[in-house]
Structures are given as C-alpha cells and as structure tokens.
Design a protein around this ligand. Structure first.
Ligand code: FE
Length: 254
C-alpha cells in the first residue's frame, strides 16, 4: 500500500517529534501493509513553515535512517499546504512542494469553514497546470453542513482525500457517515492516513480498505489504490462524475 498523507518527518510539525518516533511510525506503517509514504509536513499552518528544500533534505535523511534500521519503507517528498492567498507566488519562488513534484498539490482548508477565495484560487492553480487536492474534507465543518460547496469545487476540477481513520469512526459518527457519503457521491479520490503518531493518530489504512471493500465493493478499493499509483507517476487519476450528497440522507443520519 501507498500512503500519500503522513506526518512522519521528525521535528518539523505536530507529527513525529524525534527520529525515534519516526522509526516507530515506520514500523507501524509496515505492519499495516504500507510500503511507500509521501511525507507531507504542514506548511504555513499557523506555527509551521516547511519550505520545499528543507523537506527534501529531511526525507533523504529519514530514508537513510530506515535503510540503517532495516525497515522496508520508502519515503517520498510532499507537503500539506494550508490555504492562503499567495500560494502561487510561493510556488514560483520554490517554497511550495507538490506531491513528489507531480501536478498534484495538497491543500488544507481551515477546519471550520471554506474561505471565500477558494474557488478563485483553485481556478488559478489549475491555470498553472496543477490540480488541487483538498485534504480531509470530511473534517471541515462547513463542508459537513453544506456538501454542495465541495461538489462545486470537485465539479470544477478539484480532487479530495479522505482520512482512513475517518472511515472507521475514530473522529466520531458524524465524520464517519460524511466520509462514507463522499465516497458514495464520487466526491473523494484518495484514502490516506494523515498519521501523526502511533498512539491516537496512527495509520489504520488496512482497516479503512476493509470497510470500503465491504460497503462499496472491490472496484472501489481498486480505484483508490490505483489512484495513488497514478498520482505518484504524475498521471491522470480516475474520477467518476461527482454527485450531490443527498440532503435527506444527511438529515436521517444526523
Ligand atoms: Fe495532515
């Protein structure tokens, strides 16, 4: 398995605090069936600044440490960029890192709302030939209340990534139900761990794929697994026509 969202780099954000913790996370990842991880440190998320060059250096260091430890896990470089108005300017000056330097760019929204300029910024990002991927839309309060906002962004070319542990209910029932609805409505294209540690924010990838297989079938498992391979190869990913999350169902679940 490939995990495209993980805070495994030591001492750069609210993920692993030390190399020892990174190694511990790596062991848990391998146990969960993961062979490749894209390290995605927070960037410009209130406290954290992780520009491109620093991330690349730290990924190289971690890969060397994993070889030394005999752990069969490969780390690739990425970044989780918090949405802000100057993303494109910072891309030009080389601070922003797309996932493995592909055309796919992780964008983190604030947890409570979707900024008004999001649609315009996503348009501009796409005009530069990049594709924004909204990380964990199922944990955004505005998107939970107004899923049409996500539908609109996906309809206009954005992609999204749900968190593995949301699907199994680690973030509560409301987020679990919404994450399932996003799969059902073709509003999400990737599943990733967003692991921060081995205690309360671990990988849970195989558990998530078991849930997807039981509820949505093997084709859906194949789509999600294939999409991460396509992303890493900088190819176009599978994207079914998005549908609106049906309000009636939403009310029933709440
Ligand atoms: Fe994250």
């Amino acid at each position: 398995m490939i995990d495209i969202h993980c805070h495994i780099l030591p001492g750069v954000d609210d993920g692993a605090k030390s190399l020892a913790e990174s190694i511990e996370m790596a062991k848990h990842a391998v146990e969960d069936g993961i062979k490749t991880i894209i390290a995605t440190p927070h960037h410009k998320n209130s406290k954290y600044e992780n520009p491109k060059t620093q991330i690349i250096d730290k990924v190289n260091d971690l890969n060397k440490a994993l070889v030394k430890e005999g752990i069969d896990l490969k780390i690739l470089h990425g970044q989780e960029t918090r949405i802000y108005g100057e993303i494109l300017e910072d891309l030009e000056i080389g601070d922003i890192l797309t996932l493995v330097e592909s055309k796919y760019l992780f964008i983190e929204l604030p947890s409570g709302h979707v900024p008004r300029y999001t649609e315009r910024l996503f348009f501009d990002i796409q005009m530069k030939g990049l594709i924004p991927i909204i990380v964990h839309p199922e944990r955004n309060q505005e998107l939970i209340e107004r899923p049409d906002v996500l539908y609109n962004l996906v309809e206009k070319g954005a992609l999204s990534q749900v968190t593995a542990s949301s699907l199994s209910g680690y973030f509560g029932k409301k987020i679990k139900n919404f994450s399932h609805q996003l799969i059902e409505a073709n509003l999400t294209h990737f599943i990733a761990s967003d692991a921060h540690n081995v205690q309360n924010r671990s990988f849970k990838m195989s558990e998530a794929f078991n849930i997807v297989e039981n509820k949505f079938g093997t084709d859906m498992v194949y789509l999600f697994k294939e999409n991460v391979e396509l992303l890493i190869g900088d190819n176009n990913v599978y994207k079914e026509a998005p549908e609106r999350v049906r309000k009636k169902r939403l009310f029933k679940i709440f």
